[in-house]
Write a protein that binds this ligand. Structure first.
Ligand SMILES: Cc1cc2nc3c(=O)[nH]c(=O)nc-3n(C[C@H](O)[C@H](O)[C@H](O)COP(=O)(O)O)c2cc1C
Length: 196
């Protein structure tokens, strides 16, 4: 069903509504990025240029690559994060560049849980004094992908994770993004919550 016009058939260039967001066509750039960002998770010019190129090309919607809500939830370094308020202006610049072409921007919030490839030097701060630098995870079983375990979160740790997702969502909204996606595929944090 074409939710825009009520017709049963829709064409690629017809607008579509997702919630209250109107997207100018049905062409979306799926979540995708290379390692284009700063060492500490900054949004840099290469990412802005990368996203803007798709917007210039006419896609209606761009979904960011996975965006860690905390440094201990990186899959790899050099991916932009949304882990503190100073990031809001960085993302604002990107969103503005995309909006200039009437393209909508959804941000994909993520946490790696135990499925982390390379955490980066910042994770040394997450050992909580016990030198356990494994990434936090809802469980203690080994990851089926690479066989490594995470540091199992207790109830307070899980509650903090919820709060950190909420804080990241607020930052994204403040930066002007049009929608959010929760990265719940591969073997990342949410997958670890619903399946061992
Ligand atoms: C380099 C690269 C990075 C990607 N990064 C993400 C990501 O961060 N989050 C995500 O959900 N999917 C990611 N994907 C998956 C793509 O969004 C897409 O689902 C996948 O490539 C399948 O679509 P395709 O058959 O058109 O390539 C990535 C894919 C590639 C090739």
């Amino acid at each position: 069903m074409n939710t825009f016009s009520g017709q049963m058939t829709a064409k690629c260039h017809d607008p579509i509504d997702i919630g209250n967001v109107r997207i100018k066509n049905r062409i979306a750039r799926s979540s995708l990025a290379g390692i284009t960002d700063g060492e500490f998770g900054e949004v840099l010019e290469p990412r802005i240029g990368f996203e803007e190129t798709f917007a210039q090309g006419g896609v209606g919607l761009i979904i960011s690559s996975h965006v860690p809500i905390r440094a201990d939830g990186r899959v790899l370094p050099n991916y932009a994060m949304i882990d503190h308020d100073d990031r809001i202006d960085e993302w604002k610049r990107l969103v503005k560049a995309v909006h200039a072409h009437d393209t909508k921007y959804f941000l994909q919030l993520s946490h790696s849980g135990r499925q982390q490839d390379l955490g980066g030097i910042q994770n040394i701060n997450y050992g909580q004094g016990n030198l356990d630098m494994r990434p936090p995870s809802p469980g203690s079983v080994a990851d089926p992908f690479h066989g490594l375990t995470g540091r199992m979160l207790n109830v307070n740790g899980m509650k903090q994770m919820v709060q950190d997702f909420i804080a990241a969502a607020r930052r994204a909204a403040a930066a002007g993004v049009d929608g959010l996606e929760l990265h719940s595929s591969n073997g990342y944090f949410f997958t670890q919550v619903i399946s061992r």
